[in-house]
Write a protein that binds this ligand. Structure first.
Ligand SMILES: CC(C)(COP(=O)(O)OP(=O)(O)OC[C@H]1O[C@@H](n2cnc3c(N)ncnc32)[C@H](O)[C@@H]1OP(=O)(O)O)[C@@H](O)C(=O)NCCC(=O)NCCS
Length: 190
């Protein structure tokens, strides 16, 4: 449950944010990205969309979560998402994922895909709650331990089934989040 006295904002990730994002990442992923990978992504402004979730609490501002996505033609591909280790399962991941989907709608993507470790049931549960389905498996995709990747996709993000799941998740976000619209809003239907 998100606390009431904090202010939350979804913002574009800037180069200056990368060290903090990496600090978060090192605690939650076994193989964090090299710093250059972030700088490369941030310079690909046309196809890459990277965000941070910032919270202001007690006069202090901090990045507590982040996420990224690639747009390739009709597809938006979620490349990464993470919430600071000590703040997980309090609704922040849902906020970041909803913001990524909002961007998928805004940029006219038709579907969203992602990969997740077979063992990462928490993340999979979140994606399923957003209406994602398993469509495949990549054998030995993760080189650190040879684990398979489960490939998930949204199917059409314009399908009523998917929109309902998206809106149900938006409704579960109690906090005001700057940069995140409530309701599906002006979606460019295709
Ligand atoms: C996966 C992750 C981004 C989810 O963010 P979060 O803030 O922890 O999740 P939320 O509190 O927003 O929960 C959203 C849903 O995710 C699932 N979930 C998240 N954490 C969970 C946990 N510890 N136990 C069970 N379910 C969990 C649940 O379905 C949850 O919905 P619920 O509130 O109805 O239980 C976050 O846990 C994380 O950074 N994990 C480590 C990095 C990672 O695995 N990234 C994804 C790689 S594909």
């Amino acid at each position: 449950m998100v606390q009431v006295r904090e202010q939350l904002a979804i913002e574009p990730m800037r180069e200056a944010d990368v060290p903090v994002v990496q600090e978060i990442e090192r605690r939650i992923f076994t193989t964090p990205w090299p710093r250059n990978a972030y700088y490369r992504e941030l310079s690909s402004r046309n196809s890459a969309y990277y965000i941070v979730l910032r919270r202001e609490i007690g006069g202090h501002s901090e990045i507590i979560a982040y996420g990224g996505m690639w747009r390739m033609y009709d597809e938006a591909h979620v490349t990464t998402i993470g919430v600071r280790h000590d703040l997980q399962h309090r609704g922040y991941g849902r906020i970041v994922f909803a913001a990524l989907l909002q961007a998928a709608y805004d940029t006219g993507a038709r579907w969203v895909t992602l990969e997740v470790r077979t063992s990462n049931e928490n993340a999979m549960r979140m994606y399923e709650s957003f209406g994602f389905k398993v469509i495949g498996r990549r054998k030995g995709y993760y080189t650190d331990n040879g684990e398979d990747a489960i490939v998930m996709w949204s199917d059409s993000i314009y399908a009523p089934r998917f929109r309902r799941a998206y809106e149900a998740n938006l409704e579960r976000i109690e906090a005001e989040v700057k940069g995140l619209r409530r309701g599906v809003g002006p979606i460019r239907d295709r």
